[in-house]
Design a protein around this ligand. Structure first.
Ligand SMILES: Cc1ncc(COP(=O)(O)O)c(C=O)c1O
Length: 267
């Protein structure tokens, strides 16, 4: 990876050198070639065994699971993954499917500006909480949860690793506490992990999925290749237990069959 000075941290755009390497070009060509060798699946809505690929091509999801297992050093069940058009689509789908007009999204203040747009697109309202060096101020969050609007809080949206724009990372302790609060007050956590795998040094924190409780799941962890390969690929994923993941496929434009990435299974 290029030295820190070569990064544009203001806009989050990759340095042009990072997206022009021969290795990247070769990898993309190989991936596309593999997709073309199985057009009976990649150019179709699905196949007999799997039906339509609402959550993404099974081979892509399996390849992604293997990739993430290596990165997270933890098991990843491919059935807990859905492919998306970047992290943005993952967050948008989580809000769209699990929220409704009048619900409230709590987020760190400041936060990634398009999260506002995605919440407002669903006619949801926003409440902010300050961010501290070890992540979201959970005391301030609990004040909202026990306050007059508490029952309307449906989501906490967080950028838990290298938070945009402060750069702070939420500690594992706060993650555990946030999941407990989510169970107690019945809200969902949308963890926008755009920067989870982008470290100069190990961040020391586990992806939010691993703090979730399979018996009462609350977490939708959203990832993306936009910051790993380049935003032009606009391929991402949602990692969540099936009861939260499967409903994401139940809306018109996904239910029409197929999903992103049919033509680009990972090796
Ligand atoms: C926190 C955060 N989430 C999501 C995105 C966008 O990701 P994608 O291009 O995968 O939609 C960005 C891009 O800057 C970001 O900073």
């Amino acid at each position: 990876m290029a030295a820190p000075q070569a990064q544009d941290f203001i806009k989050g755009w990759p340095h042009p050198d990072l997206i022009s390497t021969p290795e990247l070009r070769e990898g993309l060509l190989e991936s596309f070639k593999q997709g073309l060798e199985m057009t009976h699946e990649t150019l179709n809505y699905g196949d007999k065994e799997n039906g339509a690929y609402m959550l993404g091509h099974p081979k892509f999801r399996q390849g992604l699971a293997k990739f993430l297992e290596g990165q997270y050093d933890a098991p990843v069940d491919w059935k807990t993954l859905m492919s998306t058009g970047g992290g943005s689509m993952g967050t948008d789908l989580a809000f769209r499917v699990h929220g409704k007009a009048g619900d409230i999204v709590v987020c760190e203040e400041p936060t990634y500006f398009l999260a506002f747009t995605m919440a407002r697109n669903q006619n949801m309202d926003l409440l902010g909480v300050p961010i501290e060096k070890d992540g979201m101020d959970l005391v301030a969050l609990e004040k909202h949860l026990t306050g007059p609007q508490g029952s309307k809080i449906k989501f906490v949206y967080t950028v838990p690793v290298h938070h945009n724009p402060t750069g702070y990372t939420m500690s594992n302790e706060k993650r555990v506490k946030l999941v407990k609060l989510a169970q107690q007050y019945k809200f969902l956590i949308v963890a926008d992990e755009a920067y989870q795998l982008l470290n100069f040094e190990p961040s020391g924190v586990k992806s939010f999925f691993y703090h979730d409780d399979a018996a009462d799941p609350r977490v939708l962890a959203v990832g993306t290749f936009s910051k790993l390969i380049g935003p032009g690929v606009k391929v991402g994923w949602v990692h969540a237990h099936e009861s939260l993941l499967k409903p994401l496929a139940g809306i018109g434009y996904i239910d029409s069959g197929n999903n992103l990435d049919e033509s680009a299974p990972l090796p």
